[in-house]
Design a protein around this ligand. Structure first.
Ligand code: SAM
Length: 291
């Protein structure tokens, strides 16, 4: 191991390759030696014989080398071609890492999973995500039915708190419900902004999302569920009867009947509803539309 989180090692590598950080790619590299081992530990699945890790944005390979000592195979996808020679040199001693120079959102991930993780009984995503596309990447990973068992990611603290908030609490948003459709999110630990070079303006939090079908199986029509939560939270200050009838073009009396049937106060706002309330509402609106 090259101990890549060590600040003087990192600075030496960056100067050797004349590397300058690209702010627009969310490049903040870890310099706190405790963080990567803790993230790698969070990916351990004791029931699994063969674990494959998909890493997004390896940077100079600080988290990658930790993952490579613990798991059978690591596929790391890095968009910045300037980092590829650095990663190749830094990770030379490992034969279980493959680097792909691509934008994670443009890669044919199904093909990669099929080709690289054939025979693996557990595939986990692990990443210190770039802030500028955190939500896009999370929704992309969840919505496309890739065969991941778990996602362990470091993201901006406020976003982590929103994702992991209990539906029905003030800080929840559409993403709280969207993530819960696909699995169970949980906050693991916080990481201070001083743990990165360059230091970002905000603190980070590592969360896990365990993928399961418990919630999605309660919902008749996925499209309607997502339309509904977007509609509800787009106008989060309005009461539900008004915002839903307007955005979904359903008469206010039909919406009020459905709310009453499900014991939901029509003056409630989106932030007052539990997951089960959203599931029942979307199922009843779907049935109304199908008649
Ligand atoms: N994993 C490293 C660490 O923790 O030190 C770097 C993390 S840094 C926050 C985010 C990394 O994601 C950068 O290396 C950046 O170049 C890469 N990145 C940004 N956008 C990306 C994308 N669309 N696809 C793949 N990698 C991306």
């Amino acid at each position: 191991m090259k101990n890549l989180s060590n600040l003087s090692n990192l600075k030496e590598i960056l100067s050797k390759y004349d590397f300058n950080f690209t702010k627009s790619l969310g490049q903040n590299f870890i310099i706190n030696p405790d963080v990567c081992p803790m993230m790698a530990d969070a990916c351990v699945n004791l029931d699994s014989k063969k674990t494959g890790i998909l890493e997004i944005g390896p940077g100079i390979g600080t988290l990658t080398e930790c993952l490579a000592t613990k798991f059978d195979k690591i596929i790391s996808v890095e968009i910045d071609k300037k980092l590829i020679p650095i990663l190749t040199e830094n990770l030379l001693e490992f034969n279980n890492i493959e680097i792909i120079n691509e934008d994670i959102l443009k890669l044919d991930l199904n093909k990669i999973i099929e080709e690289k993780f054939c025979g693996f009984d557990n595939i986990t995503v692990c990443a210190n995500l770039p802030y500028y596309i955190t939500s896009d990447i999370i929704m992309y990973l969840l919505e496309n039915n890739f065969s991941f068992n778990r996602i362990v990611i470091m993201i901006q603290k406020e976003v982590a708190e929103r994702i992991c908030a209990e539906p029905g609490s003030r800080i929840c948003g559409a993403i709280t419900l969207a993530v819960r459709y696909f699995g169970k999110p949980k906050i693991l630990f916080n990481v201070n902004k001083s743990s990165f070079l360059p230091a970002p303006k905000v603190d980070s939090t590592v969360i896990e999302i365990n993928i399961n079908k418990t919630n999605s199986e309660k919902i008749l029509d996925k499209k309607m569920f997502f339309r509904l939560i977007r509609a509800g939270f787009n106008q989060r200050r309005k009461n539900l009867a008004n915002s839903l009838s307007q955005i979904l073009s359903i008469s206010k009396s039909d919406i009020i009947n459905i709310l009453e049937k499900n014991n939901i106060n029509s003056n409630y706002r989106a932030e007052n509803l539990k997951f089960e309330d959203w599931a029942n509402l979307s199922n009843d609106i779907y049935k109304l539309r199908s008649n």
